[in-house]
Design a binder for this molecule. Structure first.
Ligand SMILES: [Zn+2]
Length: 153
């Protein structure tokens, strides 16, 4: 079971890597074209690194990473000229959006729990409860009554 979770985690990391490369490829040519070669190289490396960090964080903590596209854009915008900012923002929103959608699909399919157990209940809004279940139980404290009814049945 643990090996299976690790394999899923590795697969997710590999997918996230593809998404970060795709974002990087879509914006790398917009990096300040008037700076000298070594500055440009350093900028490219920094942008790639930020893309990868954003994707890693997203994969590790998809529930609590608010507005990842905006966070990434804030981190990399200084490497681009004013004239390219809108295009970069758009590319980042598209790229991160695709990654977020992918992760959400994985979560909905139950393919990954990040090694962490989640309560099996569904909230009133129809979304899966994200709270941590009680030790050795399937439900969190506010949903533990569901477990009792399952056991009784
Ligand atoms: Zn719950």
């Amino acid at each position: 079971m643990i090996a299976q979770m690790e394999a899923q985690q590795q697969q997710l990391q590999a997918c996230m890597y593809q998404y970060s490369r795709a974002i990087y490829r879509s914006i790398k040519d917009l990096i300040d074209p008037y700076s000298d070669q070594s500055t440009q190289l350093a900028s490219r490396r920094a942008v790639l690194e930020q893309c990868e960090q954003t994707m890693e964080r997203l994969a590790a903590d998809p529930h609590y990473f608010a507005k990842p596209d905006r966070a990434l854009f804030q981190d990399i915008r200084r490497y681009f000229p004013i004239t390219a900012q809108a295009q970069v923002a758009w590319a980042v929103t598209e790229g991160v959006g695709a990654a977020v959608q992918f992760i959400e699909e994985q979560l909905q399919a139950g393919a990954l729990d990040g090694g962490m157990a989640r309560c099996r209940a569904t909230t009133r809004k129809g979304k899966p409860c994200q709270r941590t279940p009680l030790p050795e139980r399937d439900y969190c404290p506010s949903h533990q009554h569901l477990e009792r009814s399952t056991l009784a049945a």
